[in-house]
Write a protein that binds this ligand. Structure first.
Ligand code: GAP
Length: 487
């Protein structure tokens, strides 16, 4: 019964039942942390990725997408610092040998976030609170660290040492100097990659929100550090209110602060604040996330990723798991480009603004799978009568479905004609199996905003019923007006 299951379990069941996502290689028992997307989930994910592309490339005509290899040589990660610093704290049970992520086991026990703590501090907390193995209650060893990258050996002689990339970002950095030449030696320059990232997560959990292989959509914006406190479109955002959860305001409600005040009173440079505004607008206006469910969470110096000077995460307040990071706005300075310059021996300096320098990077980073999950979580609505995903139309797997009321009397032919005529402009789904009630239920569960039913009247007066997913209201619409109505 629905009441006996947690919302997370209900979403998991829906995702499997309707083809959103399910564990990879299930027939072989699978490996934790790997998920496959079914036909419906893939449609939704592609829509989200394309919406992301359209929106973020629209910010500047010098922002483009590139595609880079998933496997990269070890030296890339020596240069980026991942070889040394991309580590997670782990703790092993003396009794059953299970390895846990140390900050998670402490977090689960004390119900607070302990990200960024050193192994020594985490060991102290474990001893102080007598925290034991979550599996067998055995005693835990001291906390140590584990590099999260997947190592590989490449070639017949297995000589070349490489890694699966842990973030798409490095693909943009190693291609920067070539792209700078191609893109007419102009800054700001944006290089985006939408692709896979791989991390040997110690405790993959919460379905697709913590996986070992996942999709990122990341935009690296290269700019002149001297220009960090300006943006040519500043006036567009200066009065726009950011929803901020700064380090100094932890434990309080997020604050709404105009970009102008964030710049003047909180020392957030204009180039950074402008992009915070654009990221927030993407979530609120394009993905229709409500204001109450959104915040930028500032990370302290201890919590920040090792490459960041300034770091605000995008967090959404999910119904299932509470506030969850789905993206981040990272000021990475010249950390990566200078690192690659040194290790490769190829200078990453550019000549621009009549001077020579290594550009700085502002990174807009998003976890596509986490956003897909968040949209399902936030829009999942179920009661005794029906289960419905109230997805924003822009990311719904289909815009509309077309049903013939019965498969006879020419109604099916008419429905097929309508389906064919809509197909060129919309993603439509044709469903002629089962009762109309079952077809509505199927469409609701995958979040299709409109159901178009062709019935006997349609043959007489050229109208069809259009049912709105959210209100379930139906109205008759002339076939000739359907396209306009759907738009
Ligand atoms: N290039 C910067 C970077 O990779 P990150 O915070 O480590 O930053 C960016 O990752 C986003 O990728 C996160 O905000 C999250 O949405 C997503 N992400 C990170 N680890 C993930 C995982 N194990 N499973 C699913 N998504 C993940």
């Amino acid at each position: 019964m629905a009441e006996d299951k947690s919302r997370l379990e209900l979403i998991e069941a829906l995702a499997k039942r309707r083809g959103f996502f399910f564990p990879s290689n299930e027939i072989y028992g699978g490996i934790a942390g790997f998920y496959d997307y079914g036909n419906i989930g893939t449609l939704m994910k592609r829509k989200l990725e394309n919406l992301w592309r359209k929106y973020f490339f629209g910010l500047d005509d010098n922002f483009f997408e590139i595609e880079a290899a998933n496997i990269m040589p070890e030296r890339v990660f020596v240069a980026s610092g991942h070889k040394e610093n991309f580590v997670d704290p782990t703790v092993k049970c003396r009794k059953c040998g299970t390895v846990h992520r140390a900050d998670h086991i402490v977090e689960d026990y004390l119900k607070e976030s302990f990200e960024g703590m050193t192994p020594v501090e985490l060991t102290e907390l474990i001893r102080q609170h007598k925290i034991r193995c979550a599996k067998c209650k055995g005693e835990l060893e001291d906390v140590s660290i584990l590099n999260m990258m997947f190592p590989l050996q490449v070639g017949a002689d297995l000589e070349v040492k490489a890694y699966l990339r842990p973030e798409t970002a490095q693909g943009a950095y190693v291609n920067f100097s070539r792209q700078f030449d191609i893109q007419r030696k102009r800054l700001p320059l944006g290089l985006a990659i939408v692709g896979r990232a791989f991390r040997n997560e110690i405790s993959p959990r919460q379905l697709t929100t913590r996986m070992r292989e996942f999709t990122q959509a990341e935009l690296q914006i290269f700019f002149d550090a001297a220009d960090i406190d300006k943006h040519e479109k500043w006036n567009e955002v200066k009065d726009y209110k950011l929803i901020l959860y700064p380090v100094a305001g932890r434990g309080k409600n997020p604050e709404e602060v105009t970009c102008e005040d964030a710049n003047k009173k909180m020392d957030i440079p204009k180039f950074y604040a402008y992009h915070l505004a654009k990221v927030q607008q993407f979530f609120l206006e394009k993905l229709k996330v409500s204001k109450e469910k959104f915040r930028f969470r500032e990370l302290s110096a201890e919590e920040r990723a090792f490459y960041n000077k300034m770091h605000w995460d995008v967090e959404l307040n999910l119904e299932t798991v509470g506030w969850k990071e789905v993206g981040g706005v990272h000021y990475r300075t010249d950390h990566d480009l200078s690192g690659h310059g040194k290790v490769s021996g190829q200078s990453q300096e550019v000549f621009f603004n009549e001077k020579k320098f290594v550009p700085h990077v502002l990174e807009l980073s998003f976890g596509v799978d986490r956003i897909v999950f968040a949209l399902i979580d936030l829009n999942y609505d179920a009661d005794e009568k029906r289960t419905v995903l109230k997805l924003p139309p822009a990311v719904a797997p289909f815009s509309a479905s077309v049903f013939p009321l019965v498969n006879k009397d020419g109604i099916d032919k008419k429905a097929e004609q309508i389906y064919e005529s809509l197909k060129s402009d919309f993603d439509v789904f044709y469903d002629d199996s089962g009762s109309i009630g079952r077809r509505y239920a199927r469409a609701d569960e995958v979040g299709i905003p409109f159901c178009i039913t062709v019935d006997h009247h349609s043959l007489e007066d050229g109208t069809v019923t259009v049912r709105d997913r959210d209100s379930t209201k139906q109205e008759r619409v002339k076939v000739g007006e359907l396209k306009e109505r759907l738009k």
